[in-house]
Design a protein around this ligand. Structure first.
Ligand code: ARG
Ligand code: ZN
Length: 896
């Protein structure tokens, strides 16, 4: 059934206090959960008699006689239980009443990893979005906020550590070798933030002293042996705590902050109040086992979950339609902290490039396909399907635009007003914007801006320029269109901040002088109409505009008349906006790749024209430019990825796109060989010695490894030998995986085989390294990838109930390996994926739904590919007993 945003009504009943008791059994087959809820009628809800409805999953069995109202067992005719919950026809009005119940559940057979489940022999929980109802009967919605007390009992030997939200207020031994602990969480919270943990765990402990001098205990809980791998996460946590104090005035509000690390987790991590649960991938790291990108992922997710303590927990969402209120804001906050905070690991521009790349490669396709939805969706079948790139990444881009329009100071005033005004409340995106506006009485009108919350689709900005030599003016003629998306055939023009600069003919910046705005080197033009012109004054002849600086809006920028390669190469070399230097390189790379694709599409036997010297020299110049940070040069050298290229064409031929991109890469490698070798050597020296993750070391490694990837394109034995040597003896996983990746992508050769098998032998006992090993093979860009993937699924390192394993093998193949997925001639890859989705769905619908999403863009391909993919979607949709999760994705993908 469909839930609609417009149907929101306040909860009929509220919960004052929740008293829970978990009696954990040794093996997770019969766990008892008792609850005592003090409730009352919500005065803000419509009057009249309404039954008390508590959500509850069908896997929960109510213990006979345990359901009590005000201490008296309810007779069978006073309530009903069905697959969605429990309903009590009549409860007292005008006063508090107490509802008690005990249920029995089997966490060990919970493979959906939602609710209470087991991972590595330990108990843990995941309640967002609607997992709490799999633990106990409860009004499981974020706008019911209550104070929780939790008692846990378990065998002391098997489960020595017992944790829940808040502070431990009591503990002791019980008969029969059992023990108990009692936790109190002093602040009101929504049920999705609840957590319990029980297991054999050890911790890395630390302390953070807040700005007011309060000492906070910090603890990261892991299995025995993993403590040394938690130091980076701990440092990241402290940086995040400090950053939220400095940037938003948010001081941590409890005495303790704990993190549990598990290998089995559907997502990256979860911000449960004072007791986060993390996928081990986002905590555990050592130089030998984790790459720079793993380290950066850890910093990012640790900060993200910490920032939720305010943007999410203290101020939460009124309903799940408002999810971007907490997720878009929190992603924006973690992006800024990683770019600018004390623990920053790249120059800000490189972090910005990563974030924009992620938005364009994951969110733009979604916005252009059948699952397109506004950052605040209007309806859903399964809320778990809406933890999307749109809600998260585009949501963050919308928050960023608000800051651009209000200015940093104004934005901070607004955010602080929001946190103070709505503390302890469950609110909406409108409340957020109202706080921003109220804190900025002289700020811009944000009414039109709110369309970003309601209109789906990536706006296209087409910009033409006209230069008037006599008047020395440059006119920008801007046209915006917002494409139709499912359920939204027509759109209103949006309010788009267009950050604009000018680069003079000599390469020096020229101030932007537009009527009504003080002149500056970068001016944010507010585009508000479907067609609009901006006249820039005092512009010397030959000046080049630098548009959409720092990616000031999540739009597609099109230059009227097509790409001017000379202009783009000029910006690559001279723009003072580093982001746009990178963007210019992307534009240039894309333009040559698309030219190749078009050549072959109009004549299937045509060969590619050699790259022009101008293109080669533009890349050579950047590569050699020692004044530019190595990490930025590394990014500039990476050509647009195949998925992003596919988005630019109407009918995508993934094999042709690969061939075209590969040809550009090989030609650059051939032409730049000497430079690539020199830069690789210079930067290899910089990474020798003790492993450091500071920006300079990361930049040197990134640039060296990009050079290696280019040189490998030449396919020479010496390069393959060098890669094998790195796999054998490399001192850090960044270099080792870069080398292994090169070999994995190579055609069969002894070096490839040796590297993959020796790597396995060395690391087979390290779960996370194996996750990378699986992924690198599933992603190998080879026509026979399916055979390899089938073998990996049978490998002892693979466990289909483990989400990271599935994301590596199934996701790596179906979503990150276009050549592998689309090569098999009769669509065997598609049929295989459908089989796997159906198998996954029986255990874990969330994971299955993520994998089936590989089919959503089926209309992008030629008719024979379309037919097979469509047939698979239909076959899955027609399968009996399918989850809502998978059904919704298939059904929407198939809709006209
Ligand atoms: N709130 C978590 C985060 O962004 C994600 C939880 C997602 N859970 C889910 N069932 N979809 O950090
Ligand atoms: Zn989040």
């Amino acid at each position: 059934s469909v839930t609609k945003r417009g149907d929101y009504t306040p909860p009929a009943y509220l919960v004052e206090t929740v008293d829970l008791r978990f009696d954990l059994d040794d093996t997770g087959v019969a766990t008892r959960v008792s609850s005592r809820l003090v409730m009352n009628r919500n005065e803000k809800a419509p009057g009249g008699t309404v039954p008390l409805v508590l959500n509850g999953d069908k896997e929960m069995s109510l213990v006979a006689g345990s359901l009590k109202l005000d201490g008296v067992a309810l007779p069978a005719d006073a309530y009903t239980v069905d697959s969605s919950g429990l309903s009590v026809a009549s409860v007292p009005t005008g006063k508090d009443f107490v509802i008690e119940s005990t249920v029995e559940i089997a966490p060990s057979s919970n493979k959906a990893l939602e609710g209470l489940y087991m991972s590595g022999g330990n108990y843990c929980t995941q309640c967002e979005a609607e997992g709490f109802r799999r633990i106990t009967f409860y009004p499981d919605r974020p706008d019911v906020m209550a104070v929780y007390t939790t008692t846990i009992t378990a065998d002391k030997e098997l489960f020595p550590v017992l944790l829940s939200n808040g502070n431990c207020v009591e503990n002791g031994d019980l008969d029969g070798g059992r023990h108990y602990v009692k936790y109190e969480d002093p602040f009101k919270k929504s049920s999705y933030l609840f957590a319990v943990v029980a297991g054999r765990l050890v911790s890395l402990d630390d302390e953070f002293v807040t700005c007011s001098g309060k000492k906070v205990t910090l603890r990261v809980w892991v299995r025995d042996g993993d403590v040394p791998k938690c130091t980076h996460a701990m440092a990241a946590l402290k940086s995040a705590m400090k950053w939220d104090e400095d940037q938003y005035g948010r001081e941590y509000d409890l005495d303790i902050y704990q993190i549990l690390v598990v290998d089995d987790f559907n997502m990256g991590a979860m911000e449960n109040r004072s007791l986060n649960v993390f996928n081990s991938k986002y905590v555990l790291a050592s130089p030998e086992t984790a790459t720079d990108s793993d380290y950066n992922g850890i910093s990012g997710v640790i900060a993200h979950e910490y920032f939720h303590n305010y943007s999410g927990n203290r101020v939460t969402c009124r309903s799940w339609f408002e999810l971007t209120l907490k997720e878009g804001l929190t992603v924006f906050r973690d992006q800024c902290a990683a770019a600018e905070g004390p623990g920053a690991w790249t120059p800000p521009v490189v972090k910005r490039i990563s974030d924009v790349t992620r938005l364009r490669s994951s969110q733009f396709p979604q916005d252009a396909g059948p699952m397109a939805h506004p950052i605040r969706p209007e309806s859903y079948v399964e809320i778990n399907n809406f933890y999307t790139a749109t809600v998260y990444e585009k949501g963050a881009a919308v928050v960023r635009m608000s800051r651009t329009l209000l200015g940093k100071e104004g934005f901070r005033r607004g955010a602080e007003l929001y946190f103070e005004r709505h503390d302890g409340q469950a609110v909406t995106c409108d409340d957020w914007m109202k706080a921003l506006v109220d804190a900025n009485p002289d700020g811009p009108d944000m009414t039109q801006f709110m369309l970003w919350y309601s209109q789906a689709g990536t706006p296209v900005l087409t910009i033409g320029t006209a230069y008037d030599a006599a008047a020395r003016t440059l006119t920008l003629n801007v046209e915006q269109t917002v494409p139709a998306t499912p359920g939204q055939p027509t759109k209103e023009p949006m309010h788009i901040p267009l950050a604009t600069g000018l680069v003079g003919p000599d390469g020096a910046p020229v101030p932007v002088d537009v009527e009504g705005t003080p002149a500056a080197y970068t001016v944010v033009l507010s585009v508000r109409k479907a067609k609009e012109s901006f006249v820039l004054r005092g512009v010397p002849e030959g000046t080049v505009p630098s548009l959409l600086r720092d990616f000031s809006a999540p739009v597609k920028l099109v230059r009227e008349g097509g790409v001017d390669r000379q202009e783009v190469a000029f910006l690559m070399a001279n723009d003072t906006d580093d982001f746009n230097r990178w963007e210019a390189a992307q534009t240039l790379g894309m333009d040559v790749i698309l030219e190749y694709v078009n050549t072959r599409e109009s004549d299937s036997s045509a060969s590619f024209e050699p790259l022009s010297d101008a293109v080669i020299e533009a890349f050579r110049k950047t590569l050699r430019d020692e004044k530019t940070d190595p990490s930025l040069r590394a990014r500039v050298m990476v050509l647009p990825d195949e998925g992003y290229v596919a988005e630019q064409v109407t009918v995508a031929d993934p094999l042709l796109i690969h061939e075209a991109r590969d040809s550009v890469k090989k030609q650059l490698a051939t032409a730049l060989r000497a430079d690539l070798e020199a830069v690789a050597v210079a930067n290899a020296a910089a990474t020798a010695g003790e492993y450091k993750i500071d920006p300079a070391s990361q930049g040197a490694r990134a640039l060296k490894n990009v050079c290696l990837q280019y040189l490998a394109a030449l396919g020479e034995t010496a390069t393959l030998d060098a890669c094998l040597e790195t796999v054998r003896t490399g001192s850090n996983m960044t270099d080792v995986l870069a080398a292994l990746g090169v070999l994995s992508n190579s055609p069969d050769c002894p070096q490839r085989e040796a590297a993959l098998s020796e790597f396995y032998a060395k690391w087979k006992n390290d779960y996370l390294v194996m996750v990378s090993w699986l992924r690198i093979q599933a992603m190998a860009s080879r026509p026979d990838a399916l055979t390899a993937v089938k073998a990996l699924m049978k490998h002892e390192a693979f466990d289909i109930t483990n989400p990271n394993n599935v994301y590596s093998v199934v996701g790596g193949y179906a979503m990150a390996n276009p050549v592998g997925f689309h090569s098999p001639p009769s669509g065997e890859g598609y049929i295989w994926l459908a089989d796997v989705v159906l198998q996954l769905d029986k255990n874990n619908p969330q994971v299955a739904a993520r994998m089936v999403s590989a089919f959503t863009r089926w209309r992008k391909y030629n008719s024979s590919r379309q037919e097979t993919m469509k047939a698979q979607l239909e076959r899955i949709r027609g399968t009996k007993g399918l989850s809502n999760d998978v059904f919704e994705i298939c059904d929407k993908s198939l809709a006209a």
